[in-house]
Design a binder for this molecule. Structure first.
Ligand code: GTP
Ligand code: MG
Length: 563
């Protein structure tokens, strides 16, 4: 288990923890699902704002963190260096822990971190660095994360993003003055972040050895590009020189983010909980106000509700079929993107092969970008339309939040030690699926990429031999060109069942959620009928109980909304 934060709880955090047993008891009493509450409880107990520093390799991320904590703990280099994410927390007593995806935790030394001797943690492990830095002490709700950079065919960054995207509530985007502008990978990454509406601090790094005019022009350029991509201004655009230990602007932006932690808690934990309570109150409302109800009327209502459910299931099946019918077109558009991008990169791949480099990770990287973009352009709009249609088909008294933008963050490491597996379990089934509706990154990428990597490995030896044998540049080029259809068909073979599975899971979890609510309502109607048969007094008592319970739920809603 991750150590829980020793920081003073926010009033709302305390409030949620105080009220949970009462709400839990009522959910149990009415046989309603506890899943949402369990997630709310975990997210409340372990609330933390993870803030990965993302950006191109060598943009200066590790150097910035070293300068911030005032010690050279993390390895830095002009070549791609950071390979394992490192999570920084304040602790009076310093410790470094290697965290494996299976939950194993092993102490490591400063030297091992400094010298980047962490290969046993690939690909899904991370480092926990608990440091007694006074700077970190002022940011108790933030957990800054040193992240592998992107670029130069490095796919460690992609893996890290997949693992972190459902667990992070803010980002720092580092762009060095040397880069001057956002590259394509950054565009794709920012498109992703936009969907989660997260605060982003843009850090313009290496502001030394440049004139003030040059720095201002990069700051303006990057700031406006980010704003355009996010649709809202970043939380701050700050200029730093880690080399000169000039981090004043960054420190002030982090302090602002720290102040927003409470609002982030409210948005990510309290709001979904309140929605759930409102659905519960609505359910009780259906049972109340039935003063002159008869057994016949209850029987009629049960039939009526069952009929509504059948109608809904039929509409859902039709909507799902329509979505499934669109999949081949979606898939071929995505594959076209893969093909086009590989072809566009042919010269650069040829250069790499000529220089004797292995092309595997470059190819993986290109495919990853193409699939991410392709899914966003082709699949997401269809899924969104599907969810919208279902929301409007839903019987009035049932609640299902199917809007993309409302995906709830999941602190998987706090639910169980087995982070990777849990994530997959959560995102591919039931409530987890409904909480993370956005398919890319959270659902599809973490499954797609390892399978693709294996497939590429299978034909890699043969391909490498052929490429080696081709002596002239043109024949190397032709040889790589000849591999593109293999890559595209491999991607097809993996992606096609994944898309189908995504749609099936979506339908299944919607049915599960809706039927769960319906069954609870039916059980309540049966109980109401039994009370009615017991006589007027029992019926009135039951009504009173529903009213009292509804008041309790309502009081909790008011409490959470007004702290
Ligand atoms: N001039 C200048 N160079 C810097 C500054 N910060 C970092 N560098 C240099 O930039 C190079 C890369 O720095 P890192 O901190 O390793 O970059 P990174 O973003 O962590 O890179 P990856 O871990 O590979 O993603 C190193 O050679 C640093 O010395 C700075 O403020 N000014
Ligand atoms: Mg680094």
């Amino acid at each position: 288990m991750q150590s829980s934060t020793t920081t003073t709880l926010f009033p709302q955090q305390q409030q949620v923890l105080n009220q949970l047993p009462e709400i839990q008891g009522l959910l149990e009493k009415y046989q309603r699902s506890q899943d949402g509450l369990t997630i709310a409880e975990n997210s409340t107990r372990h609330f933390i704002v993870r803030v990965p520093l993302i950006g191109k390799f060598s943009s200066g991320k590790s150097t910035i963190l070293n300068a911030l904590i005032g010690e050279n703990i993390f390895a830095t280099n002009v070549d791609p260096e950071t390979a394992v994410p490192a999570e920084l927390s304040y602790s009076a007593e310093e410790s470094f822990i290697a965290c494996y995806p299976d939950g194993k935790r092993v102490g490591v030394t400063r030297d091992e971190i400094k010298n980047n001797q962490l290969s046993s943690l690939h690909p899904n492990g991370w480092i926990e660095a608990n440091l007694s830095s006074s700077e970190l002490a002022t940011l108790p709700h933030l957990r800054l994360v040193d992240f592998p950079g992107w670029g130069s065919g490095n796919n460690k960054h992609g893996q890290a993003i997949d693992n972190y995207s459902p667990r992070s509530l803010a980002y720092c985007l580092v762009v060095s003055t040397g880069e001057g502008t956002l590259n394509e990978t950054t565009h794709v990454a920012l498109n992703e972040l936009k969907l989660h509406n997260m605060p982003v601090i843009v850090i313009i790094s290496k502001c030394d050895g440049k004139t003030a005019t040059e720095i201002d022009s990069v700051t303006q350029q990057v700031g406006s590009e980010v704003e355009k991509l996010l649709g809202t201004p970043p939380l701050a655009v700050v200029k730093v020189s880690a080399r000169k230990h000039d981090l004043a602007e960054l420190k002030s932006a982090l302090a602002t983010l720290e102040q927003q932690a409470e609002a982030l808690f409210e948005q990510n934990v309290v709001k979904p909980l309140v929605l759930e309570l409102k659905a519960f109150a609505q359910f009780l409302h259906i049972l109340i106000n039935k003063d002159d109800l008869t057994s016949e009327a209850i029987a009629a209502e049960r039939i009526n509700k069952a009929q509504e459910m059948q109608d809904f299931n039929r509409k859902l099946a039709d909507d799902t079929q329509l979505l499934e019918a669109s999949l081949p077109k979606v898939l071929s558009a995505i594959l076209r993107q893969v093909q086009d991008r590989l072809t566009e990169q042919l010269d650069s791949l040829t250069n790499q092969a000529e220089a004797g480099q292995n092309l595997n990770s470059s190819i993986e990287y290109i495919v990853r970008l193409a699939v991410t973009q392709g899914i966003r352009d082709e699949f997401d709009p269809k899924i969104q339309r599907y969810f919208d249609q279902i929301s409007s088909d839903l019987p009035q008294d049932l609640q299902l939040d199917l809007s993309f933008s409302s995906s709830r963050q999941i602190n998987t490491d706090d639910i169980d030690n087995n982070q990777g597996d849990n994530l997959k379990k959560l995102t591919l089934s039931g409530i987890g699926f409904l909480l993370t509706k956005h398919p890319i990154g959270v659902v599809i990428m973490p499954i797609l990429m390892p399978i693709l990597a294996e497939l590429f490995n299978l034909f890699r030896n043969k391909a490498d031999r052929e490429i080696e044998a081709a002596q002239r540049r043109e024949s190397i080029r032709q040889s790589i060109l000849g591999k593109i259809p293999y890559i595209v068909s491999n991607t097809d073979a993996v992606l096609s069942p994944l898309l189908t599975q995504y749609v099936e899971n979506a339908q299944r979890s919607i049915v599960q959620a809706v039927e769960g609510q319906r069954a609870a309502l039916d059980a309540a109607l049966i109980e109401l009928d039994e009370k009615l048969k017991e006589g007027k007094a029992a019926y009135a008592a039951a009504q009173q109980q529903y009213q009292a319970d509804q008041q309790v739920i309502q009081a909790n809603i008011t409490l959470f909304e007004n702290v």
